[in-house]
Design a protein around this ligand. Sequence first.
Ligand SMILES: [Fe+2]
Length: 157
Amino acid sequence: MKPEIGISEKNRDKSIKVLSVLLADEMVLYVKTRKFHWNVSGNSFMEFHKLFQSQYTELEEVVDAVAERISKLGGNAIGTLSEFKELTQLKESPAEYPEQKEMLKELLSDHETIVIQLRTEIEEFSTKSKDSGSTDFLTKLMEQHETTAWVIRRYLK
Ligand SMILES: [Fe+2]
């Protein structure tokens, strides 16, 4: 059954498209953060091992929330690795195992990319699509990524 929630079908489809790309980005960042949790070494190993674990645990919940937002708007949440890979805007580095500092820099860059992307989309969602639910959801999510980016940045100073 189609949701009758006061957003036109065209705008719901637009929201679903944007949220699907976001879902792919969050999934790729989740997997990358797990990879770094598994492979980090050197000084402060346990600090970063635990930090990355707390970050991927948060991202796991984010992935779920984005997928369910798509579903609430009447869309199908993509759930295959090939679709995630096709849609994501983030870059993966197969067979590369960077040093601690490089791991932090890469994660920071991905979180900042998502923040910048979300900031643009929030504007669209609120002014053009009238999708206030997604606007609120994405604003909170943007702030969550800003917090993670801030934490990572503190390690790099
Ligand atoms: Fe673990």
